[in-house]
Design a protein. Structure first.
Length: 255
């Protein structure tokens, strides 16, 4: 977390994160146009933000796009804030921003575990429930296989459905997902969730990259806003065996 705090200490880097929050997936040239500094200066700030995992870059053809990754900030929140002031922080953090016509959100987190154990966590009912606040996924994990998401507390309520579009254990999983867990998202079309697991060389850790794409213009933030909390819960469970529960998590458990 030292890298996160060092990165956030600079006002320019915080402004870059604000710019990506307002308009995610920008090139370095687009960010350069927003600030009175050289391309080298912007590149230096982007490098420090990437090293702190506060942004993630992805190639699209010849362009390199930069995405805000709120997961490290969520980890800080879960470590210090949630157990003291979650309800008040949630009330103060009711933020809105304009969305692109076609949008994707990218989340990156490092977890001290093996690819096989991480794969099992995201594809089995028991593992899924540990970071999805009791919700379970039920379906055959194969290309073309369908699945449903439910909660044992309300087994007749379907919280989500979908199809496994790509299955490459323990490296890559692509899901088509129809969200049904709240009235605000029930009428939204299907979106795509891509899980990419990469083991870090000479390390007992994995890098998990989650990309939520095919999101409609003006989609409610509930469609993707829970990812930092869920991935923080996944990391907590795999590394410590403890379950992460915050007041805000109840909404994503369909309660």
């Amino acid at each position: 977390m030292d890298e996160v705090f060092r990165a956030l200490a600079d006002p320019t880097r915080r402004s870059i994160l604000d710019a990506l929050f307002a308009d995610d997936g920008q090139t370095s040239g687009q960010l350069e146009a927003r600030f009175a500094m050289t391309r080298f200066g912007v590149a230096k700030h982007l490098k420090l933000l990437e090293e702190a995992h506060l942004i993630v870059s992805k190639r699209r053809g010849r362009e390199k796009l930069h995405y805000l990754n709120p997961v490290p900030i969520r980890l800080v929140h879960d470590r210090w804030v949630s157990k003291y002031a979650e309800p008040w922080v949630a009330g103060l953090a009711d933020l809105k921003h304009d969305l692109e016509s076609t949008m994707e959100k990218v989340f990156e987190i490092y977890i001290r575990t093996t690819p096989e154990r991480l794969w099992e966590a995201i594809t089995t009912a028991d593992g899924y429930s540990r970071f999805q606040f009791g919700n379970v996924i039920d379906g055959e994990v194969r290309e073309g296989g369908t699945y449903q998401i439910t909660n044992p507390g309300a087994p007749d309520v379907i919280l989500g459905t979908g199809v496994f579009a790509e299955v490459d254990p323990p490296n890559r999983l692509v899901q088509r997902a129809k969200m049904l867990f709240a009235p605000e998202v029930a009428d939204e079309p299907e979106s795509t969730i891509t899980w990419e697991i990469n083991q870090i060389d000479d390390s007992a850790s994995c890098c998990l990259l989650v990309t939520h794409s095919d999101l409609r213009e003006g989609v409610h933030q509930m469609m993707y806003g829970g990812w930092p909390m869920m991935l923080s819960g996944l990391k907590t469970w795999l590394e410590t065996g403890e379950l992460l529960t915050t007041p805000g998590s109840l909404m994503y458990a369909g309660r």
